[in-house]
Design a binder for this molecule. Sequence first.
Ligand SMILES: Cc1cc2nc3c(=O)[nH]c(=O)nc-3n(C[C@H](O)[C@H](O)[C@H](O)COP(=O)(O)OP(=O)(O)OC[C@H]3O[C@@H](n4cnc5c(N)ncnc54)[C@H](O)[C@@H]3O)c2cc1C
Length: 409
Amino acid sequence: MNTSDTPRDMPRFADVTTMEVGGRISEFVEPDSRASFLEAIIMADVMGKKLCVIGGGSNMLVSDEDFDGVVVRDKRRQISVLDEAAPVEEGAPHTTTVSATAGVHWDDFVSYCVRMGLAGVEALSGIPGTVGASVVQNIGAYGQEVASVVTAVEVWDREEKAVKTFSREDMDFGYRHSLLKATMYEHGPHTAPTQFYPSPRYIVLEVTFTLLHAQTNAVGMEQLARALGVNVGESFSIQHIRDAVLQIRDAKGMLEDVHRYENPWMVGTVESAPGTALDEGPEGSPESSPEDRNKYSCGSFFMNPLLSQDEADKLPADAPRFPAVDEQGRDVVKTSAAWLIDHAGFKAGYKVAEDSTAGLSTKHTLALTNRGGAQTSDILQLARTIREGVRNTYGVTLVPEPVFIGVEL
Ligand SMILES: Cc1cc2nc3c(=O)[nH]c(=O)nc-3n(C[C@H](O)[C@H](O)[C@H](O)COP(=O)(O)OP(=O)(O)OC[C@H]3O[C@@H](n4cnc5c(N)ncnc54)[C@H](O)[C@@H]3O)c2cc1C
């Protein structure tokens, strides 16, 4: 296996995940070319080893036990503009096609697009992780979803042992869902895992996006519109949209902690260009604060439940309700997991016990956080308590968003 930059010692999952928990990895490889990335995946599968392709480790909760398998992290960080000089037909919107390798840090990609005047991903600023994983769960925030700008996803098919290219339609995108995520579970999120788990059957090599060549874009969500002083649907500068999203995220503790990148196993995985979520902020203060612990999470730990009309009718009148479509294409009602958690009595900062090392973020009830020194078992105990509390109060069973490795709820 070509593992040009594989250090001698192996990291723990705690070194390479945002939750900062998880046991020792027996084999960690960081291929820096397409051929060696493919080789690492193929070799693991051929040798029947457990394979985990990891990006930023921001959407996984891993057991405290050692991981007896191969963890592969794509070291390629290339962004290419494919049709910069293409002629534009009169009257047609001017779009630009950009591709990025799986290992590109997601926010580096957003920062690049905004700098280049490419609209379509600015509201997704500050989401941790990589381009490769962005299409696995169809990341979304502040009125945008990655699905709306993806035109092609090049993958390695671990079953048919071939490179394939999926169109947006092939990807079957939905709310935190894609064809790729579907291949990890037999019957939907967090049901029986397939043979490919904890990664998909299809490993992302590169993603192609079609973006609008424009300095402005429509503001897609109320909270963001309020922050910018405009109405939903109005156009605004994409740079200002990005800045506002980063500020809102920061206020909610929903950015990564920059100190994470001081860990030797994370050094070099991000560009950290000025103006990104990972610079040192307006005051340039690099010191860690207790509030930074709010950032040691997987973001939203539970998905917003999709309910039938009957189930939704049983919720209190003031519970949020939004029309949605589920994975089977049925009309359903989406409610807010954060609202259910909060109204079931779990307030921001909640801990199972005073001295617990796991707790809800002090700023956001949907983020389960490692307050410092937590084990995976502490996070699980907190998650179980919350799931039970919500089920007993509202009859709704919350489904976790992160990928669980070696553990169950
Ligand atoms: C503070 C914080 C805020 C967040 N906010 C949001 C948000 O607003 N919206 C949102 O949607 N998510 C959010 N998330 C969740 C997370 O950032 C996203 O799910 C992100 O896309 C995960 O990327 P990653 O590279 O870290 O994936 P990882 O955690 O490394 O992996 C997750 C899954 O993707 C698979 N995977 C990784 N790379 C590849 C690849 N190349 N090919 C195939 N499979 C792959 C892994 O095997 C695993 O199954 C947040 C997380 C945190 C910590």
